[in-house]
Ligand binder design. Structure first.
Ligand code: AMP
Ligand code: MG
Length: 281
């Protein structure tokens, strides 16, 4: 009897997360063709799984808060139009706002520029029990700063090792650092910019400086590749999430968060007193 070919199965859970994680010290090539990958997931399945993950994330956050030994910092980087805002809106709504804070990093103020580049970053790192989200981060200091020569190469080139040491220190203090690059293709960025031009509700988002950055696409690609290769470490991994398809992007980010929180072995602390002796009148 002829065997029917099994339908392809999408890589689930930890398998997908492993595929998206960058191995330490690897040579990374960011290909536009990879930005629309979906690893055999269909939109319908992805949306179902996302909904389940959001419920699970809420529970995991609650456990992390109760456990009190760990915090989590999730760093997002992407080119303009890459979907950082949309991802935060769609996925981080899973969390209780009491324990989750989002910080967006813009060009440094004159006061911030008087300090070292990690000063403002460190001040926004979450404490144990909390989830912190960075919309852009210290990685701008090896991205926009490198591409536009905002400081000499002798200064920015030392930052990869400085950042690794900083993140290792956070890890050793109980803060898990998870870094996600949302990867869109140049063609998709064009569509999203055109969408901003067409929709009056999005005109405020249109920034002429984004077009300058688009012209520097290749220089940014090289800077992203260097950042991924040098700063994906065992204790603070980088993930590259294909982000042309928003439904896949949201699913993948939720899977990464679930995986990272589940790997913490979170426990419910024991009561601080003998509860059997308590009588409520
Ligand atoms: P947006 O995320 O669209 O609000 O834009 C924020 C802008 O701030 C981007 O153009 C970033 O490149 C810029 N930015 C963020 N961090 C830095 C930094 N450390 N140095 C220079 N520019 C930065
Ligand atoms: Mg912008």
């Amino acid at each position: 009897m002829a065997r029917r070919a099994k339908p392809p199965r999408q890589p689930g859970g930890d398998q997908l997360v492993a595929k998206l994680r960058i191995a330490p010290q690897s040579r990374v090539r960011l290909l536009d063709a990879h930005a629309s990958r979906s690893f055999r997931w269909s939109k319908g399945k992805a949306e179902e799984c996302l909904a389940r993950n959001l419920e699970r994330l809420e529970e995991l956050q609650y456990r992390m808060y109760a456990d009190g030994r760990f915090g989590m910092l999730v760093v997002f980087q992407a080119v303009d139009g890459g979907g950082k805002d949309g991802t935060i809106r769609k996925v981080f709504t899973a969390f209780n706002p009491q324990g989750c804070r989002v910080t967006a990093f813009k060009a440094p103020s004159s006061e911030e520029l008087r300090h070292d580049y990690l000063w403002r970053i460190h001040a926004a790192v979450p404490g144990r029990g909390e989830i912190g989200v960075f919309n852009r981060s210290h990685y701008e200091d090896v991205l926009v700063v490198r591409v536009n020569d905002l400081v000499p190469k002798t200064v920015w080139s030392k930052r990869y090792a400085q950042i690794n040491a900083f993140e290792q220190m956070l890890h050793e203090s109980g803060i898990r650092v998870v870094k996600i690059l949302l990867q869109i293709s140049k063609a998709e960025q064009k569509q999203r910019f055109l969408g901003r031009l067409r929709d009056p509700r999005k005109h405020w988002k249109f920034d002429a400086a984004d077009l300058d950055k688009r012209r520097q696409w290749n220089a940014y690609r090289l800077a992203f590749e260097a950042m991924l290769g040098k700063c994906s470490t065992a204790c603070a991994p980088w993930y590259v999430v294909p982000a042309d398809r928003k439904w896949f992007r949201n699913l993948a980010v939720s899977e990464i968060l679930r995986h990272e929180l589940e790997s913490l072995d979170l426990r419910w602390p024991k009561a601080s007193m003998d509860l059997s002796r308590i009588h409520i009148t």
